[in-house]
Design a protein around this ligand. Structure first.
Ligand code: PRX
Length: 651
């Protein structure tokens, strides 16, 4: 914990307070009594209020640590809740997504009725290919309306999906397809990104070649450029999705698998986080309703994340659609063709609620407020942040320059594992503090524990834990029970260990302090040190590699790799680029080290364990911690001088 002490001091100097405005409070979906509600009463009534059931649930939950079951005895379908429910209620002509392609002239308004038609067509097509309840389907696509369509078509049939972020490599995609034993992969020819095309189908082909379970590949035509199609295996989306006749939504059990989403852990193999049907849907819909204060007939909501991450699953697709929201979906990057692209979009659709990540806010901050100033953002009334601790400066910039000093900010803490937001202000109720995620959501029991498992009092730092199950919690790691227990439930008995450092202040507000394990957070993406190390060692000339993160002004953390080449070879600029590209090929460009320091030796203990703590000190340019357990203490000095050389080359 010593490395976070500095953050704690800085954060605690933050004394600015932002009271909710009376007008906002008067109309807010969440009123102060919400915090007094009984946990069971709260989730029971949310279960009835947010979700429509084919058959009502008979028991709220069952807790057999470390596994929970929620809303037992009920029957429901997630796609039905996201689509048919609204169309049947006469809201078919409501816009579900205002979609904007990266090429500026490409725009579509997709209503709930349109979405239902598209989902029905694709679901019928999938059915004809043999997809049914329980058939695992992979989805490897960009930010097009067909990505939610694909997810919902699976949900309609009861086929669990795994969405793989379009920036991941063929190896990463293959690993996920193999692990889940996907039978179908849905992809697109190419995606647009910053004016160039990303060859998704080509990457998918490489992955499918390594994934024998995949029988069919469905390809959406997006850019229209020619891509090879393999006879008998590949088919165009528009040839598969033709049958508009009704496709009944499969009545699902509450605990049927809805999806797996793979995320980085502390070993090289990503974890398949399992989310099921009922609890997940209630959890994301309830949090979306209260935290974003959604007024579905007035608001235009924009979650600017990628559908490929959990934020996209919960707060672009399932939560907002279940609540009947009108959302914006944007395909491209924030700075294409210009740095005001986001603000042009926000103005065009009259966005009222914006949810994004600190790393994006810091990029906009770096580009300057003039880009937002060119546009009318006066409709915005609520801002959200997610993915990493938000620095008070970024919070204030967001508040002043984007929110016009009038919008409450909800800094929401949660994880792929939690499925839903867990610690957050409630707009209209909470007095916010820049840098603090403030209070557990109603019905959530969060605390900070010390090493011994005692609750830490006000002002003390420790580990964030969750003491009670919640509806959207993960139902385990796919096919890895032992790892599930080991990762989340072994530090403290029957208490969920989140892997984050945290502090609670005198007002009971939580301050998140970053990961305490070997997981890095680069631009809001979770990347494990070991995954990057394995990718480096996979290169034929690398003997050994260790990876650490250093702070970075824009991306939060940046990856620094320490590499020993085989045969004592010296590094070079070409080798550096080669290794960076190798990591991009193995994992994806997001995992490329910002810096590589070549060194003849890595610092190790006498038992041969690499001392990553010391490498973090070197990466951060800090004084070294305790070196007495090192087998050869001169190694770090050598690395440090090499690191300094690299630095001066960069300058
Ligand atoms: O370290 C915390 C950080 O992101 C981790 C979860 O990452 P992932 O599963 O990829 O999900 C990201 C989107 C929910 C957490 O363990 N994190 C997320 N939100 C915050 C945060 N750290 C501080 N403040 C937040 N608001």
């Amino acid at each position: 914990m010593e490395t976070t002490a500095q953050d704690i001091d800085t954060l605690f100097l933050e004394e600015r307070r932002f009271e909710p405005s009376g007008d906002f409070a008067a109309r807010a979906n969440a009123q102060p009594e919400i915090y007094d509600r009984d946990f069971e009463e709260f989730w029971e009534s949310e279960g009835r209020e947010r979700v429509a059931w084919f058959e009502p649930f008979t028991k709220l939950y069952e807790w057999d640590p470390p596994y929970a079951k929620w809303y037992l005895g009920g029957k429901l379908n997630v796609a039905w809740n996201c689509l048919d429910k609204h169309v049947e209620a006469g809201r078919g002509s409501t816009v579900a997504y205002y979609w904007e392609g990266e090429p500026e002239d490409e725009r579509r308004e997709v209503t709930y009725a349109d979405l239902l038609t598209e989902v029905t067509k694709l679901a019928n097509g999938l059915k004809a290919l043999g997809v049914g309840k329980g058939t695992p389907v992979g989805i490897y696509m960009g930010m097009v309306p067909e990505t939610p369509v694909a997810m919902l078509a699976c949900a309609r049939l009861g086929a669990p999906h795994t969405v793989v972020f379009g920036g991941f490599s063929a190896d990463s995609l293959a690993g996920r397809l193999q692990d889940m034993e996907c039978e179908v992969l849905i992809t697109q020819d190419e995606a647009w990104r910053r004016g160039t095309t990303v060859p998704l189908k080509k990457t998918a082909d490489e992955a499918v070649a390594e994934s024998p379970s995949v029988r069919h590949v469905i390809v959406l035509r997006r850019t229209g450029n020619v891509v090879p199609m393999e006879d008998g295996r590949d088919q165009w989306w528009h040839d598969v999705a033709t049958d508009e006749s009704e496709c009944p939504a499969e009545p699902m059990d509450p605990e049927d698998l809805l999806y797996l989403l793979y995320t980085s852990g502390t070993t090289a193999k990503p974890k398949g986080i399992a989310h099921t049907t009922a609890g997940y849907l209630v959890g994301v819909a309830a949090t979306h309703h209260y935290i974003f204060d959604l007024k579905r007939d007035e608001d235009v909501y924009w979650c600017a994340a990628d559908v490929g991450w959990v934020t996209g699953h919960s707060y672009i697709v399932y939560g907002p659609l279940c609540n009947g929201a009108t959302s914006v979906l944007y395909e491209g990057t924030p700075d294409y063709p210009d740095r005001d692209r986001w603000w042009a979009i926000a103005e065009r659709y009259g966005v009222t609620i914006l949810y994004t990540a600190p790393t994006a806010i810091r990029s906009h901050m770096k580009w300057g407020p003039e880009h937002a100033e060119k546009h009318d953002l006066s409709k915005l009334r609520l801002l959200g942040s997610v993915g990493e601790p938000i620095n008070p400066e970024a919070w204030i910039w967001y508040h002043d320059h984007i929110g016009g000093s009038r919008c409450p900010i909800v800094d929401t803490w949660w994880q792929t594992e939690t499925g839903m937001i867990m610690i957050t202000p409630l707009p209209g109720i909470t007095t916010t503090k820049p840098g603090s995620a403030t209070k557990p959501f109603p019905g959530v029991d969060a605390a900070v524990f010390n090493d011994a498992g005692e609750e830490v009092g006000p002002g003390g730092g420790g580990y964030l834990v969750l003491r009670r199950p919640w509806p959207a919690m993960l139902r385990g790691l796919y096919k890895e029970h032992d790892r599930y227990v080991e990762t989340y439930w072994s530090k403290y008995p029957n208490v969920y260990f989140a892997g984050d450092g945290a502090r609670v202040d005198e007002d009971g507000d939580f301050w998140l302090l970053g990961r305490v394990d070997d997981v890095m957070n680069v631009a809001g993406h979770r990347i494990s040190t070991i995954e990057v190390e394995s990718a480096l060692v996979d290169h034929q000339e690398v003997a050994e590699a260790a990876v650490a993160a250093r702070n970075d002004a824009t991306t939060g953390q940046a990856i620094v790799a320490f590499v020993t080449l085989k045969g004592g070879a010296e590094g070079s600029v070409t080798k550096l680029e080669e290794l960076r590209n190798h990591v991009a090929r193995k994992i994806g460009p997001i995992a490329k080290p910002a810096n590589i320091v070549f060194t003849p030796e890595l610092p190790k203990t006498r038992s041969g364990k690499i001392m990553r703590r010391l490498l973090r000190d070197v990466a951060e340019n800090r004084p070294l911690g305790d070196t007495t357990t090192l087998a050869d203490p001169t190694v770090v000095d050598e690395i440090r001088s090499r690191g300094a050389e690299e630095q001066s080359k960069e300058d």
